[in-house]
Design a protein around this ligand. Structure first.
Ligand code: CP
Length: 310
Protein backbone atom coordinates (compact mmCIF):
# COMPACT_ATOMS: atom_id res chain seq x y z
CA UNK A 1 0.00 0.00 0.00
CA UNK A 2 1.24 3.53 -0.84
CA UNK A 3 1.93 5.74 2.18
CA UNK A 4 1.72 9.46 2.87
CA UNK A 5 5.03 11.26 3.48
CA UNK A 6 3.67 12.53 6.84
CA UNK A 7 2.56 10.81 10.07
CA UNK A 8 0.07 13.56 10.98
CA UNK A 9 -2.05 16.00 8.96
CA UNK A 10 -1.10 19.36 10.45
CA UNK A 11 -1.26 21.50 7.32
CA UNK A 12 -1.22 21.40 3.51
CA UNK A 13 2.16 23.12 3.50
CA UNK A 14 3.77 19.87 4.70
CA UNK A 15 2.19 17.66 2.03
CA UNK A 16 3.75 16.79 -1.32
CA UNK A 17 1.80 16.77 -4.58
CA UNK A 18 2.05 12.96 -4.50
CA UNK A 19 0.41 12.98 -1.04
CA UNK A 20 -2.49 15.03 -2.39
CA UNK A 21 -2.83 12.76 -5.45
CA UNK A 22 -2.88 9.71 -3.16
CA UNK A 23 -5.54 11.29 -0.91
CA UNK A 24 -7.69 12.11 -3.98
CA UNK A 25 -7.32 8.61 -5.45
CA UNK A 26 -8.24 7.04 -2.10
CA UNK A 27 -11.19 9.44 -1.76
CA UNK A 28 -12.48 8.29 -5.18
CA UNK A 29 -12.87 4.76 -3.77
CA UNK A 30 -14.54 6.00 -0.60
CA UNK A 31 -16.90 8.26 -2.55
CA UNK A 32 -18.11 5.14 -4.31
CA UNK A 33 -18.58 3.44 -0.89
CA UNK A 34 -20.66 6.28 0.61
CA UNK A 35 -22.99 6.25 -2.39
CA UNK A 36 -23.76 2.53 -2.00
CA UNK A 37 -26.85 1.29 -0.19
CA UNK A 38 -24.55 -0.08 2.55
CA UNK A 39 -22.30 2.91 3.15
CA UNK A 40 -19.87 1.26 5.53
CA UNK A 41 -16.63 -0.74 5.34
CA UNK A 42 -15.03 -2.70 8.23
CA UNK A 43 -11.55 -1.27 7.50
CA UNK A 44 -10.83 0.48 10.83
CA UNK A 45 -12.70 -1.83 13.24
CA UNK A 46 -9.71 -1.90 15.61
CA UNK A 47 -9.06 1.88 15.67
CA UNK A 48 -10.35 4.38 18.26
CA UNK A 49 -10.48 8.08 17.38
CA UNK A 50 -11.12 11.07 19.68
CA UNK A 51 -12.65 14.22 18.18
CA UNK A 52 -11.49 17.19 20.26
CA UNK A 53 -13.41 20.32 19.31
CA UNK A 54 -12.40 23.41 21.27
CA UNK A 55 -14.31 25.68 18.87
CA UNK A 56 -17.76 25.50 17.26
CA UNK A 57 -18.22 23.44 14.11
CA UNK A 58 -21.09 21.99 12.11
CA UNK A 59 -19.68 20.64 8.83
CA UNK A 60 -16.18 19.57 9.89
CA UNK A 61 -17.27 17.83 13.11
CA UNK A 62 -20.18 15.94 11.54
CA UNK A 63 -18.13 15.11 8.46
CA UNK A 64 -15.28 13.64 10.52
CA UNK A 65 -17.75 11.67 12.67
CA UNK A 66 -19.50 10.26 9.62
CA UNK A 67 -16.17 9.44 7.94
CA UNK A 68 -15.06 7.55 11.06
CA UNK A 69 -18.38 5.69 11.35
CA UNK A 70 -18.29 4.74 7.65
CA UNK A 71 -14.83 3.22 8.31
CA UNK A 72 -16.19 1.33 11.40
CA UNK A 73 -13.81 3.10 13.81
CA UNK A 74 -14.82 3.57 17.46
CA UNK A 75 -15.17 7.26 18.29
CA UNK A 76 -15.34 9.50 21.33
CA UNK A 77 -16.37 13.13 21.13
CA UNK A 78 -15.11 15.94 23.30
CA UNK A 79 -16.21 19.56 23.38
CA UNK A 80 -14.48 22.21 25.47
CA UNK A 81 -17.59 23.73 27.02
CA UNK A 82 -18.64 20.65 29.03
CA UNK A 83 -15.14 19.35 29.86
CA UNK A 84 -12.68 19.70 32.74
CA UNK A 85 -10.92 22.47 30.78
CA UNK A 86 -13.45 24.74 32.47
CA UNK A 87 -11.86 23.59 35.79
CA UNK A 88 -8.37 24.68 34.66
CA UNK A 89 -6.98 21.50 33.05
CA UNK A 90 -4.34 22.10 30.33
CA UNK A 91 -4.59 20.93 26.71
CA UNK A 92 -1.73 18.46 27.19
CA UNK A 93 -3.22 16.97 30.38
CA UNK A 94 -6.60 16.66 28.68
CA UNK A 95 -5.04 14.96 25.63
CA UNK A 96 -2.86 12.61 27.68
CA UNK A 97 -5.83 11.53 29.79
CA UNK A 98 -7.83 10.77 26.64
CA UNK A 99 -4.86 8.89 25.13
CA UNK A 100 -4.50 6.80 28.30
CA UNK A 101 -7.88 5.33 27.46
CA UNK A 102 -6.17 3.68 24.44
CA UNK A 103 -7.16 6.20 21.78
CA UNK A 104 -5.18 5.81 18.51
CA UNK A 105 -5.84 9.10 16.74
CA UNK A 106 -6.92 12.65 17.60
CA UNK A 107 -8.86 15.01 15.34
CA UNK A 108 -8.61 18.51 16.80
CA UNK A 109 -10.11 21.92 16.11
CA UNK A 110 -8.65 24.70 18.25
CA UNK A 111 -8.90 28.52 18.26
CA UNK A 112 -5.12 28.92 18.57
CA UNK A 113 -2.84 28.76 15.50
CA UNK A 114 -0.23 26.01 15.97
CA UNK A 115 -2.27 24.02 18.52
CA UNK A 116 -2.26 20.85 16.38
CA UNK A 117 1.51 21.00 15.82
CA UNK A 118 2.06 21.64 19.54
CA UNK A 119 -0.02 18.56 20.43
CA UNK A 120 1.82 16.43 17.86
CA UNK A 121 5.14 17.36 19.49
CA UNK A 122 3.92 16.63 23.03
CA UNK A 123 2.09 13.35 22.43
CA UNK A 124 2.80 10.07 20.68
CA UNK A 125 -0.31 9.73 18.58
CA UNK A 126 -1.64 10.59 15.13
CA UNK A 127 -3.06 14.14 14.95
CA UNK A 128 -5.39 15.53 12.29
CA UNK A 129 -5.81 19.30 12.27
CA UNK A 130 -9.51 20.17 11.85
CA UNK A 131 -8.70 23.91 11.84
CA UNK A 132 -6.28 25.83 14.07
CA UNK A 133 -6.94 29.55 14.58
CA UNK A 134 -6.06 31.60 11.50
CA UNK A 135 -3.41 29.08 10.42
CA UNK A 136 -4.64 26.06 8.41
CA UNK A 137 -7.75 23.99 7.71
CA UNK A 138 -6.17 21.23 5.61
CA UNK A 139 -9.16 18.92 5.15
CA UNK A 140 -11.28 21.86 3.90
CA UNK A 141 -8.66 22.77 1.28
CA UNK A 142 -8.37 19.15 0.15
CA UNK A 143 -12.12 18.79 -0.28
CA UNK A 144 -12.24 22.15 -2.10
CA UNK A 145 -9.55 21.15 -4.62
CA UNK A 146 -11.07 17.68 -4.98
CA UNK A 147 -14.46 19.29 -5.76
CA UNK A 148 -12.87 21.61 -8.37
CA UNK A 149 -11.15 18.59 -9.95
CA UNK A 150 -14.44 16.67 -10.01
CA UNK A 151 -16.35 19.58 -11.59
CA UNK A 152 -13.74 20.83 -14.09
CA UNK A 153 -11.76 17.64 -14.75
CA UNK A 154 -8.58 18.94 -13.15
CA UNK A 155 -7.02 21.72 -11.08
CA UNK A 156 -3.83 22.38 -13.06
CA UNK A 157 -3.99 25.65 -15.00
CA UNK A 158 -7.37 26.65 -13.55
CA UNK A 159 -7.73 30.24 -12.32
CA UNK A 160 -9.10 30.29 -8.78
CA UNK A 161 -9.96 33.42 -6.82
CA UNK A 162 -10.45 33.39 -3.05
CA UNK A 163 -12.70 36.32 -2.09
CA UNK A 164 -13.16 37.90 1.32
CA UNK A 165 -11.44 37.93 4.68
CA UNK A 166 -8.09 36.45 3.65
CA UNK A 167 -6.34 37.83 6.74
CA UNK A 168 -8.31 35.76 9.26
CA UNK A 169 -9.04 32.73 7.08
CA UNK A 170 -7.33 29.37 7.65
CA UNK A 171 -9.36 28.11 4.68
CA UNK A 172 -7.65 30.70 2.44
CA UNK A 173 -4.12 29.79 3.51
CA UNK A 174 -4.67 26.03 3.15
CA UNK A 175 -6.39 26.57 -0.22
CA UNK A 176 -3.46 28.64 -1.49
CA UNK A 177 -1.00 25.87 -0.54
CA UNK A 178 -3.16 23.10 -2.06
CA UNK A 179 -4.03 24.93 -5.28
CA UNK A 180 -0.42 26.00 -5.89
CA UNK A 181 0.84 22.43 -5.35
CA UNK A 182 -1.74 21.21 -7.87
CA UNK A 183 -0.71 23.81 -10.48
CA UNK A 184 -3.63 26.24 -10.30
CA UNK A 185 -3.27 30.01 -10.75
CA UNK A 186 -4.44 31.69 -7.54
CA UNK A 187 -5.74 35.19 -6.83
CA UNK A 188 -7.00 36.70 -3.60
CA UNK A 189 -9.59 39.49 -3.63
CA UNK A 190 -10.89 41.63 -0.78
CA UNK A 191 -10.52 44.96 1.00
CA UNK A 192 -6.88 46.09 1.45
CA UNK A 193 -7.28 45.78 5.22
CA UNK A 194 -8.25 42.09 4.96
CA UNK A 195 -5.37 40.99 2.68
CA UNK A 196 -2.12 40.40 4.60
CA UNK A 197 1.05 41.84 3.05
CA UNK A 198 2.90 38.48 3.17
CA UNK A 199 0.38 36.92 0.78
CA UNK A 200 2.29 38.09 -2.36
CA UNK A 201 5.26 35.96 -1.24
CA UNK A 202 3.06 32.85 -1.61
CA UNK A 203 2.91 33.40 -5.38
CA UNK A 204 -0.69 34.64 -5.59
CA UNK A 205 -2.12 37.65 -7.39
CA UNK A 206 -3.89 40.34 -5.39
CA UNK A 207 -6.98 42.18 -6.64
CA UNK A 208 -9.25 44.61 -4.82
CA UNK A 209 -11.90 44.90 -7.55
CA UNK A 210 -14.33 41.96 -7.52
CA UNK A 211 -15.45 42.63 -11.11
CA UNK A 212 -11.88 42.28 -12.39
CA UNK A 213 -11.36 39.15 -10.29
CA UNK A 214 -14.52 37.55 -11.67
CA UNK A 215 -13.54 38.38 -15.26
CA UNK A 216 -10.17 36.66 -14.62
CA UNK A 217 -11.25 33.46 -12.86
CA UNK A 218 -12.71 30.04 -13.67
CA UNK A 219 -13.55 29.36 -10.01
CA UNK A 220 -14.57 31.69 -7.15
CA UNK A 221 -14.29 30.47 -3.56
CA UNK A 222 -16.32 32.90 -1.44
CA UNK A 223 -15.23 33.28 2.19
CA UNK A 224 -17.16 34.47 5.21
CA UNK A 225 -16.12 37.60 7.11
CA UNK A 226 -14.62 36.15 10.30
CA UNK A 227 -16.07 38.72 12.70
CA UNK A 228 -15.28 36.48 15.70
CA UNK A 229 -11.53 36.80 14.94
CA UNK A 230 -11.46 40.53 14.22
CA UNK A 231 -10.00 42.60 17.05
CA UNK A 232 -10.68 45.92 15.26
CA UNK A 233 -13.04 47.12 12.52
CA UNK A 234 -11.50 46.42 9.09
CA UNK A 235 -14.19 48.06 6.91
CA UNK A 236 -16.83 50.75 7.53
CA UNK A 237 -19.89 48.46 7.66
CA UNK A 238 -21.26 45.11 6.47
CA UNK A 239 -23.40 47.10 4.02
CA UNK A 240 -20.28 48.71 2.52
CA UNK A 241 -18.50 45.32 2.32
CA UNK A 242 -21.54 43.75 0.63
CA UNK A 243 -21.70 46.60 -1.88
CA UNK A 244 -18.10 45.96 -3.01
CA UNK A 245 -17.47 42.23 -2.48
CA UNK A 246 -20.78 40.35 -2.67
CA UNK A 247 -21.06 37.73 -5.40
CA UNK A 248 -24.42 38.34 -7.04
CA UNK A 249 -26.15 38.05 -10.44
CA UNK A 250 -25.09 41.55 -11.55
CA UNK A 251 -21.38 40.83 -10.90
CA UNK A 252 -21.55 37.45 -12.66
CA UNK A 253 -23.25 39.01 -15.70
CA UNK A 254 -20.07 40.96 -16.54
CA UNK A 255 -18.47 37.73 -17.74
CA UNK A 256 -19.98 35.49 -20.39
CA UNK A 257 -18.31 32.26 -19.21
CA UNK A 258 -19.74 30.14 -16.37
CA UNK A 259 -17.85 30.48 -13.07
CA UNK A 260 -17.77 27.54 -10.66
CA UNK A 261 -18.71 28.76 -7.18
CA UNK A 262 -17.49 27.35 -3.87
CA UNK A 263 -18.04 28.33 -0.25
CA UNK A 264 -16.59 26.45 2.74
CA UNK A 265 -19.58 27.38 4.94
CA UNK A 266 -21.08 28.61 7.13
CA UNK A 267 -22.63 30.98 4.56
CA UNK A 268 -23.85 34.42 5.52
CA UNK A 269 -26.50 34.67 2.82
CA UNK A 270 -26.95 38.23 1.57
CA UNK A 271 -23.47 39.27 2.73
CA UNK A 272 -20.63 37.59 0.73
CA UNK A 273 -23.05 35.78 -1.61
CA UNK A 274 -26.73 36.04 -2.54
CA UNK A 275 -29.04 33.05 -2.10
CA UNK A 276 -29.71 33.10 -5.84
CA UNK A 277 -26.02 32.47 -6.59
CA UNK A 278 -25.37 30.11 -3.65
CA UNK A 279 -28.21 27.88 -4.88
CA UNK A 280 -27.49 28.26 -8.61
CA UNK A 281 -26.47 25.52 -11.07
CA UNK A 282 -22.83 26.72 -10.99
CA UNK A 283 -22.59 26.42 -7.20
CA UNK A 284 -20.89 23.24 -5.94
CA UNK A 285 -21.30 24.11 -2.25
CA UNK A 286 -23.22 20.94 -1.34
CA UNK A 287 -20.90 18.79 -3.50
CA UNK A 288 -18.06 20.15 -1.31
CA UNK A 289 -19.89 18.89 1.78
CA UNK A 290 -20.49 15.44 0.25
CA UNK A 291 -16.87 15.21 -0.88
CA UNK A 292 -15.71 16.22 2.61
CA UNK A 293 -16.77 12.82 3.99
CA UNK A 294 -14.86 10.90 1.28
CA UNK A 295 -11.77 13.09 1.69
CA UNK A 296 -11.78 12.66 5.47
CA UNK A 297 -12.28 8.89 5.13
CA UNK A 298 -9.23 8.84 2.84
CA UNK A 299 -7.08 10.85 5.26
CA UNK A 300 -8.08 8.81 8.32
CA UNK A 301 -7.52 5.56 6.41
CA UNK A 302 -4.09 6.60 5.11
CA UNK A 303 -2.93 7.97 8.48
CA UNK A 304 -4.21 4.88 10.31
CA UNK A 305 -1.48 3.05 8.43
CA UNK A 306 1.04 5.22 10.29
CA UNK A 307 -0.23 4.36 13.78
CA UNK A 308 2.47 1.71 14.17
CA UNK A 309 5.07 3.96 12.48
CA UNK A 310 4.59 6.91 14.91
N1 CP B 1 -16.12 24.81 6.75
C1 CP B 1 -16.07 24.65 8.09
O1 CP B 1 -15.00 24.49 8.70
O2 CP B 1 -17.29 24.68 8.69
P1 CP B 1 -17.56 24.41 10.25
O3 CP B 1 -16.96 25.56 11.00
O4 CP B 1 -19.05 24.31 10.39
O5 CP B 1 -16.87 23.12 10.60
Amino acid sequence: MKELSVLNLLGINELTKSDIDLIFKTADSFKEVINRQIKKVPTLRDITIANLFFENSTRTKLSFELAQKRLSADIVNFSASNSSLTKGESLIDTANNILSMKVDMIVMRHPHSGAAKFLSEKTNTVIINAGDGTHEHPTQALLDSYSIKEKLGGVKGKKVVLVGDIKHSRVALSNIFALKKLGAKVMVCGPTTLIPKYIKHLGVEVEHDLKKAIKWCDVANMLRIQLERQDIQYFPSIREYTHQFQLNKEILEITKKPITILHPGPINRGVEITSEIADSEHSIILNQVENGVAIRMAIIYLLAGSINRS
